[in-house]
Design a protein around this ligand. Structure first.
Ligand code: PGA
Length: 250
């Protein structure tokens, strides 16, 4: 089953609008190889300017979070309609920083996933275990819990409507990456769970990204794994040359 790979840059809380415009232009000016999608997820203040900058390119725009309502009294949130208004089509949901620093729960994350789908935004649902959980041997249990809870009451007609990102918390921003074997093992496990939640043909279409210290030096090996369909990149997505190298993995 061939899945279009997705290379996503999560800019987190970085870039002023002028920095964002420059970085987005540098990425958009270098077309990605065919059968690869590129997504930029800038901070909220730069969504519009990045949307403008990538408008006539193949680069996609995403947000780092998304609310489930179209509008209303939800201070600090943006809606799927607002994201679409600036050209966005995907949203990162349940990133470990949202879970750990901002206390987002599985049920809140599930509401966000459902809301995104309802309004035609592709959710990138992030799951991942902490170092303590890995050392305690509970990685798969934790991941299964996060995945099932994040996808409660979330029917799909096509696997192309959902993206999962596996990001071991201990690998995010630390320079440590899961070994390719560790990552592939987890991705295969996640695909098996997706086949159980949905059906095998849908699970086979769902892209599962790896995230956590992906960089130009390790991307080729990660992307060579059967069930790794892309990368969610933080630090290395903030410099055009390193992100372009990641997009052009071998
Ligand atoms: P990192 O972040 O590439 O800087 O480790 C990845 C992420 O948190 O999405």
């Amino acid at each position: 089953m061939s899945r279009t790979s997705l290379l996503a840059g999560n800019w987190k809380m970085h870039t002023t609008t002028s920095e964002a415009r420059q970085l987005a232009a540098a990425i958009a000016n270098q077309p990605a190889p065919s059968n690869r999608e590129v997504l930029l997820a800038p901070p909220m203040t730069a969504l519009a300017v990045v949307g403008e900058t990538v408008k006539n390119s193949n680069v996609l725009l995403g947000s780092q979070n998304i609310c489930w309502e179209e509008q209303g009294a939800f201070t600090g949130e943006i809606s799927p309609a607002m994201l679409k208004d600036v050209g966005g089509s995907m949203a990162i949901i349940g990133h470990s920083e949202r879970r750990a620093i901002f206390a987002e729960t599985d049920s809140l994350i599930n509401q966000r996933v459902q809301g995104a789908l309802k309004y035609g935004i592709i959710p990138i649902l992030c799951i991942g275990e902490t170092l303590e959980e890995r050392e305690a041997g509970t990685t798969m249990t934790i991941l299964e819990g996060q995945l099932r809870a994040g996808l409660v009451d979330t029917p799909l007609t096509s696997g192309a409507d959902l993206v999962i990102a596996y990001e071991p918390v201990w690998a995010i921003g630390t320079g440590k990456t899961a070994s390719t074997a560790q990552a592939q093992e987890v991705h295969l496990f996640i695909r098996g769970l997706l086949a159980d939640i949905y059906q095998k043909d849908i699970a086979d279409q769902i892209r599962i990204l790896y995230g956590g210290s992906v960089n130009p030096a390790n991307v080729d090996e990660l992307m060579a794994q059967e069930d790794i369909d892309g990368a969610l990149v933080g630090g290395a997505a903030l410099k055009a040359d390193s992100f372009l190298r990641i997009i052009n993995y071998q």
